[in-house]
Write a protein that binds this ligand. Structure first.
Ligand code: HEM
Length: 388
């Protein structure tokens, strides 16, 4: 670590934490709201794996404005059912991907929005089955446009955001109440039709519909948001390192998730007074595990800031890689997400030549770490026949 950190850009939490980390400590009390930031892989594993009950058991996914959706058994049921639903859909619709890429991304596309909208299109029926009310389909698309796309929130003034939020929550609430009344069980012979069925069936008849709306929104952000951003990072690296990234889509996806973990900061609360990586913490503290810094820790990674997909030839280095979290709350959608990303990156490298023109800005830092804006140009490599 160097002793001369770059000054953080105003308002950029990522630059602030990176500068603090480079100033010398890997578990420290940050200027960012006084939270204790964890960048040491060993301490990060202890917190995320909740070894010896060091933190109050929780995950960001089921956190919402009113508390935490629970009980844990319902969380697990919903997670498993969502994974199966997405998995089945991806298998059934894998053959649609080449056409989708050609239609949505060629010859030119504006990122990262193009990635989010492609994923939304591909998973549309999983988010909301085709026979759901048309108005609700429009609401889900509007939520993506106004709240999921990078920088979308800032495009609308606060009163308009508030009004939209109220209307969107009301529309989802109405649908969820209707499905609770219809009482279609999760083990219905035809399975859940979409993620609304998953949250309603998994939540059980007594679940608070307002909480189910929040869980549904977590799925919307995880799919159209996180997968879309992760695709964006892979495409950006593919365009800037064409030969190395094209060699192996699986390694490119893993390396993109290492350098630019979309889920870059996890919030936890200590369960008791204790020391974490030499820093005393109490239950009044807020912990922030920073996967972005863990993934670039110089004690664990060679050439940590460089794109080196070949490093994955040997498998994951032990214990300093957590793009999907760790322990009991590890992402339920991790394997399906990686499979879809590998399919898409594989297609792009097999059927297309990808070049990118960054617009000069930096990563878009929010609750998710989104790529900078860039334009991708897709052309067919010489001699490659048109595949539809
Ligand atoms: C690039 C895409 C994704 C990323 C980066 C991601 C990341 C994560 C992370 C880091 C966690 C752990 C949060 C914590 O411990 O505080 C998590 C949890 C979760 N994710 Fe994902 N996720 C992605 C996509 C998905 C998808 C597609 C699904 C749906 C099938 C999904 C479902 C879940 C669920 C249900 C949990 C909660 C697990 C539990 O607490 O039992 N995720 N995700």
């Amino acid at each position: 670590m160097t002793s001369s950190p770059q000054p953080p850009a105003p308002g950029d939490e990522l630059s602030l934490l990176k500068a603090e980390f480079e100033a010398g400590s890997d578990v420290w009390r940050s200027a960012l709201g006084g939270a204790v930031c964890v960048a040491d892989p060993e301490a990060a594993r202890a917190v995320m794996g909740n070894r010896h009950g060091v933190v109050a058991e929780t995950s960001d996914f089921y956190h919402h404005r009113h508390g935490v959706f629970g009980p844990r058994s319902a969380q697990l049921t919903i997670g498993r059912a969502a994974r199966s639903l997405v998995q089945r859909h991806l298998l059934d619709h894998r053959a649609d991907l080449p056409r989708l890429v050609a239609e949505r991304l060629a010859p030119r596309s504006e990122w990262p929005d193009a990635g989010n909208l492609l994923v939304l299109r591909h998973l549309r029926d999983v988010l909301l089955h085709p026979d759901a009310p048309p108005g609700l389909h429009r609401t889900v698309e509007a939520i993506v446009a106004r709240a999921v796309l990078a920088g979308a929130r800032q495009r609308h003034p606060a009163p308009s955001r508030l009004l939209f939020r109220r209307r969107a929550l009301h529309a989802l609430h109405t649908e969820i109440r209707a499905r609770q009344r219809a009482a279609r069980p999760l083990d219905h012979p035809a399975g859940p039709r979409d993620l609304v069925d998953v949250v309603v069936g998994g939540g059980g008849p007594a679940a608070d519909p307002r909480e189910l709306v929040e869980v549904y929104l977590s799925f919307l952000f995880a799919t159209a948001g996180s997968i879309g951003f992760a695709l964006g990072w892979s495409v950006l690296l593919l365009g800037t390192h064409p030969d190395r990234a094209a060699a192996d889509p699986g390694r490119t996806v893993r390396e993109a998730l290492r350098l630019w973990p979309v889920a870059w900061l996890f919030a936890r609360t200590p369960s008791r007074a204790q020391e974490l990586g030499g820093t005393p913490v109490t239950p009044r503290d807020r912990l922030m595990v920073c996967s972005y810094l863990v993934h670039r820790h110089p004690g664990y990674w060679e050439r940590p800031d460089e794109f080196v997909p070949e490093r994955w030839a040997e498998g994951a280095p032990d214990g300093a890689y957590l793009p999907f979290g760790l322990g009991a709350h590890t992402c339920a959608g991790a394997t399906v997400t990686v499979r879809l990303l590998e399919d898409l990156v594989g297609l792009l490298t097999r059927d297309w030549r990808v070049s990118v023109t960054p617009d000069g800005g930096g990563p878009q830092v929010g609750p998710a770490l989104a790529p900078p804006r860039f334009t991708a140009t897709l052309s067919r490599p010489d001699g490659c026949p048109e595949r539809r």
